[in-house]
Write a protein that binds this ligand. Structure first.
Ligand code: HEC
Ligand code: HEC
Length: 250
């Protein structure tokens, strides 16, 4: 089935933003006036929509115009050759445009006119390769062990904390720590938990996972210390009391 591309369905958020902030529009509006090489977007897209689409791509992927288009970074955009197809990333973006249109038009149609539209940002969240933090850290760990994994974490946190690109919450990081242990990399679990406790000595999740780890490695007193600390941080966590009772009954 041929998919008709309706930019409005995935651009709505950008369009609202840009139409209410005319003072932010670039001076070089002319570059968007007469596109000559559109293969996926509608041929008669307005300059306003084309501009919002391109701004949206750059923001969603955290890249510059020059990553997809022929031109010198830092030079006047009017010196670019936007119609040229020489960059691989531009072709990949065309494919993504078709995918997003297919998702919205074919797979979400049952949700009716009020449906939540998928946009580039839905997956990319400001990064070119939309990996989850646990995927990035696992790759670093597989390549360079605990040390590489921790330094990767620090680099990501320094750069992205406070944005929506990566999830740095205790819950996610401690689940990742647990998964590394379950895959046989206990040293990595310990490295992550130590780092979490260094950042926040009152991390409930870190104490809980540490308690579990100590329990499994037969260190009962160690497990009790961490479970008691976790319970002190979150007295509502009944399942921890249950584990403590179990340990003490042994
Ligand atoms: C992630 C890749 C990507 C980024 C980043 C990007 N573009 Fe594009 N751009 C494309 C693609 C793909 C097309 C062609 C769409 C099609 O074939 O329908 C295009 C088309 C254009 C066109 C129309 C060219 C023509 O004559 O056919 C202009 C103008 C343009 N982009 C400007 C920009 C500007 C300015 C920026 C930076 C704010 C930018 N683009 C950022 C991928 C990108
Ligand atoms: C459903 C999730 C999803 C959506 C929505 C999505 N992408 Fe992607 N995109 C991905 C994934 C996953 C990859 C990584 C593929 C790989 O390298 O294995 C990717 C890769 C890319 C790449 C190549 C990056 C590189 O460095 O090779 C470009 C360019 C891109 N996307 C552009 C876009 C644009 C533009 C949009 C919106 C029109 C978009 N994507 C929407 C999931 C998505």
């Amino acid at each position: 089935m041929k998919t008709r591309i309706r930019p409005a369905s995935f651009l709505a958020p950008f369009l609202t933003l840009f139409s209410t902030m005319p003072f932010l529009l670039p001076l070089q509006a002319d570059i968007f006036d007469d596109p000559e090489n559109l293969k996926v977007l509608p041929k008669h897209i307005s300059p306003h929509e084309l501009r919002a689409t391109m701004r949206g791509f750059s923001q969603a992927l955290g890249v510059r115009c020059s990553d997809c288009h022929k031109g010198e970074e830092g030079q006047d955009l009017r010196s670019y050759d936007f119609a040229a197809d020489e960059k691989e990333l531009k072709e990949k973006a065309r494919n993504m445009l078709k995918m997003v249109a297919a998702i919205n038009e074919n797979h979400l149609q049952d949700f009716g006119d009020e449906r939540v539209s998928v946009t580039c940002m839905t997956c990319h969240r400001g990064v070119r390769k939309p990996k989850l933090i646990e995927q990035v850290l696992a790759e670093a760990a597989d390549e360079g062990g605990s040390e590489a994994m921790i330094s990767k974490y620090k680099v990501l946190k320094e750069r992205y904390y406070g944005s929506h690109s990566y999830d740095f919450t205790d819950r996610t990081i401690s689940d990742f720590a647990r998964a590394r242990g379950e895959a046989g990399n206990t040293d990595q679990t310990i490295a992550i938990l130590d780092m979490m406790l260094e950042e926040n000595p009152n991390s409930f999740s870190a104490h809980f996972i540490y308690g579990e780890l100590k329990m499994h490695t037969g260190d009962r007193p160690g497990a009790v210390v961490h479970f008691e600390k976790a319970l002190e941080i979150n007295p509502e966590a009944g399942f921890i009391q249950w584990r403590l009772d179990q340990l003490k009954a042994q």
